[in-house]
Design a binder for this molecule. Structure first.
Ligand code: ZN
Ligand code: ZN
Length: 361
């Protein structure tokens, strides 16, 4: 069954009048169209009854017609600069009770839909799509595997870039270039967190000069031409690490392994988080692990399922997510080890395979 057909079936099963998907990962998942997010409305409309269609600003029609969406037999409804595309959608779907909106639809679009469909309750399209998007198909798993290998190839080069006396920004520029050279279409993020900056999980590149003896947390990722994303963290040390750092790094490594080994179908998302957290807490670092253990990944770097306490959803084959526990000592240093895994019938398959020992450069 095509994705569009599967989505139409899911819309009906969810009791939603219509699904409205503006540019973003949901639209790309369903149609393959990587449309520009604009103030002009582009929107795939999947009604529970009747045919799906896509509203496209007339000037975007050539781009839409060159996209994979053109092969789906979808009607492209072109609208001109003086038309009101929201009213066109409302006129076609009628006064339905519920509409499902893409999670990242801009407020300017969702509010216009509210005004033309005042009787329709707005819910997130995620309720319809998450079951499809979290369970990766073999083709999606292959695309994620390719993304994992590409970012591993970048980590393999990091020791060449990392030297005492260079700034985080200089190292970050080299890494960004390597991310593109490894086959990514875009660089999504480059975290080079040296010394005390390593204690800030989402540290932004700075002009701080990396010193000898400092651990450096490197968390990098990009989007492949396929749309699928990479995301992997390794820790490097410029020279010999401080003794206390080396000690908790080993705790972290055991925690990350424990969580990866716990992955198998039927096990809850929160139990993967607990597997990592237990090891860290037992070693006395529980208060220093300040975030969830992981997030789903696919066409977005962060998507369902979240590997966090409270998420009782059982893992199933095809679920893809990160396992990235961290230990952060404020003002001193920090560490995180991150791999992407896919849940298979036999357990977790790691898509990142660079050595997880502390790399001394
Ligand atoms: Zn990451
Ligand atoms: Zn991550």
């Amino acid at each position: 069954m095509s994705r569009l057909a599967a989505v139409r079936e899911a819309v009906g099963a969810a009791g939603i009048g219509a699904l409205l998907l503006t540019p973003g990962a949901d639209l790309r998942y369903v149609t393959g169209y990587d449309a520009l997010p604009l103030e002009r409305l582009t929107c795939l409309v999947v009604p529970a009854e009747g045919e799906a269609f896509i509203m496209v600003p007339r000037l975007e029609i050539p781009a839409a017609e060159h996209s994979p969406a053109a092969r789906l037999g979808l009607e492209f409804v072109a609208w001109d600069e003086t038309d009101d595309p929201y009213s066109v959608v409302a006129g076609r779907i009628g006064q339905v009770a519920t509409i499902g909106l893409a999670e990242r639809m801009w407020a300017m679009h969702s509010l216009r839909f509210r005004s033309v469909l005042p009787g329709a309750e707005q819910v997130l399209a995620t309720s319809v799509l998450r079951g499809l998007r979290t369970r990766k198909s073999p083709a999606e798993a292959a695309a994620l595997r390719e993304a994992g290998a590409a970012i591993d190839a970048v980590h393999a080069q990091v020791p060449q870039f990392l030297k005492a006396g260079r700034t985080e920004r200089e190292v970050g520029r080299d890494i960004a270039e390597a991310i593109l050279a490894a086959g990514h279409a875009t660089v999504d993020f480059v975290i080079v967190a040296s010394g005390p900056n390593g204690a800030s999980p989402h540290h932004e590149l700075s002009d701080r000069v990396i010193q000898a003896g400092e651990p450096v947390v490197i968390d990098i990722g990009g989007q492949m031409p396929s749309g699928y994303c990479s995301d992997s963290t390794r820790v490097y040390c410029v020279g010999e690490p401080p003794a206390d750092f080396a000690e908790y790094y080993e705790v972290l490594r055991r925690a990350q392994d424990a969580a990866c080994e716990a992955v198998r179908p039927g096990v809850s998302c929160e139990s993967i988080d607990a597997a990592a957290r237990e090891v860290i807490a037992e070693a006395g670092y529980g208060d220093h692990f300040i975030h969830r253990t992981g997030h789903g990944i696919g066409l977005e770097t962060h998507e369902e399922p979240y590997i966090v306490a409270g998420n009782t959803e059982p893992l199933a084959p095809g679920f893809a997510f990160s396992v990235e526990p961290g230990i952060y000592l404020s003002g001193r240093h920090g560490a995180r080890i991150e791999d992407i895994l896919i849940c298979t019938e036999d357990g977790g398959e790691r898509l990142n395979n660079r050595p997880r020992e502390l790399v001394v450069v």
